[in-house]
Design a protein around this ligand. Structure first.
Ligand code: NAD
Ligand code: MG
Length: 350
């Protein structure tokens, strides 16, 4: 399946084969360089190595969000120079969201920008981070605070890479798939809620519809002026609880925190929008069945509210939410008073 992004580049979903690299060869780059992290170099690179010239420089960086920073970028830029990479080269970025965001940023700034191609290897990067042109790194303790908008020459999504991805990472990425259905596609949500076992999902059918939802949203709002905020459903409270437990043993993965956030923000949607109590029940039951429940202690409420107040989407000190007016329909720029947010958290706690 091929999805076109505003006639600028294509997203291919399916098996990566020699034909992909024949297409890349036809673009007559002076050379190719490959970026991977330590895990994707070991587990994903062997699946495409046969298509690469033997002397392709491979730049491997340490894995994980803690390395999504300027120091790693500096090493990457140095490695590009050392490999003799010039303006007319193409970078192949093989990895999850961390590697894709960072290698895309490094490519976009090296010698004022070289072309890059994305091969996402986590479920999150397949359905979320590789679509939409946002690239960057964490700086001054703030996530994604330095970066650029820039498009790859293509995105090749091959679900085969998920075979080595730990189940907890798959479940985390799946949170964004649930979100995409809930904000924009009732039919997709109806399909999703019948899925009970993530180890048996046919990703080739679920991924394209999810990518397409994000694609349509970012096409309408490429620079996050409005509509793109729909993608924040579940993220206002989700981000706060993700940050709250970040450096503890209770740490939640992003998608797990978003799933809890979607439950609470669905409750808010019944209070402030037209989401029905039946729909709330369905969303709650589904997210709890997939992600379990981690009780939010009452004494964490002041800090959680303070974290929500800092959210960059807020205006006039009111916490900004994306809510649902129905399953499959988002409503952006809703605001809620603190008392109501506390009630939403208590609803989640049960
Ligand atoms: P990640 O890139 O850290 O990958 C998670 C872990 O899985 C890492 O340890 C990685 O080495 C490993 N891994 C990757 N592919 C693998 C595979 N196929 N088999 C085995 N292990 C594999 O995390 P992520 O969840 O993919 O991405 C999170 C990042 O994405 C965050 O930094 C977030 O800010 C960013 N993001 C960006 C956007 C955007 O629009 N640009 C959107 C959402 C998220
Ligand atoms: Mg997210």
């Amino acid at each position: 399946m091929i999805l076109s992004v505003a006639n600028k580049y294509e997203i291919q979903i399916g098996t990566i084969s020699q034909a992909n690299f024949d297409w890349l060869s036809s673009k007559n780059y002076a050379g190719w360089v490959l970026f991977a992290d330590e895990n994707t170099a070991e587990l994903c690179l062997p699946r495409i190595e046969e298509f690469l010239p033997e002397d392709t420089p491979v730049i491997v960086v340490p894995e994980g969000e803690l390395n999504k920073n300027l120091e790693t970028c500096q090493d990457m830029w140095e490695d590009l120079f050392a490999a003799g990479v010039g303006r007319r080269w193409c970078a192949i970025c093989l990895g999850g969201g961390v590697l894709e965001d960072m290698a895309g940023f490094v490519s976009s700034t090296y010698k004022r920008g070289i072309d890059f191609l994305q091969i996402p290897t986590t479920l999150l990067s397949m359905v979320d981070s590789s679509v939409g042109g946002k690239l960057g790194i964490d700086f001054n303790q703030v996530k994604n605070s330095i970066g650029v908008f820039n498009d790859p020459i293509a995105v090749w999504i091959d679900p085969v890479f998920l075979e080595t991805l730990p189940l907890r990472e798959i479940r985390s990425g799946y949170g964004e798939i649930i979100k995409h259905g809930l904000i924009a596609d009732r039919d997709q949500w109806d399909k999703i809620k019948t899925i009970t076992d993530l180890s048996t999902v046919d990703w080739e059918t679920i991924i394209p519809s999810s990518v397409n939802i994000k694609r349509e949203i970012v096409l309408e709002d490429p620079f996050e002026k409005g509509l793109r905020k729909a993608l924040n459903f579940g993220h206002t409270i989700g981000h706060a609880i993700e940050s709250y437990w970040l450096e503890t043993d209770l740490r939640l993965f992003h998608g797990e925190a978003v799933a809890a956030g979607m439950i609470m923000e669905s409750w808010l949607s019944t209070q402030l929008e037209a989401l029905s109590s039946d729909e709330l029940r369905e969303i709650t039951d589904y997210c709890l069945s997939m992600y379990g429940h981690q009780s939010i202690p009452e004494d964490s409420l002041p800090e959680l509210l303070a974290l929500m107040q800092q959210d960059k989407k807020n205006e006039d000190h009111r916490v900004n939410f994306t809510l649902l007016s129905a399953a499959g329909k988002a409503r952006i720029n809703a605001t809620a008073e603190e008392e109501l947010i506390v009630e939403a958290i208590r609803y989640y706690n049960g």
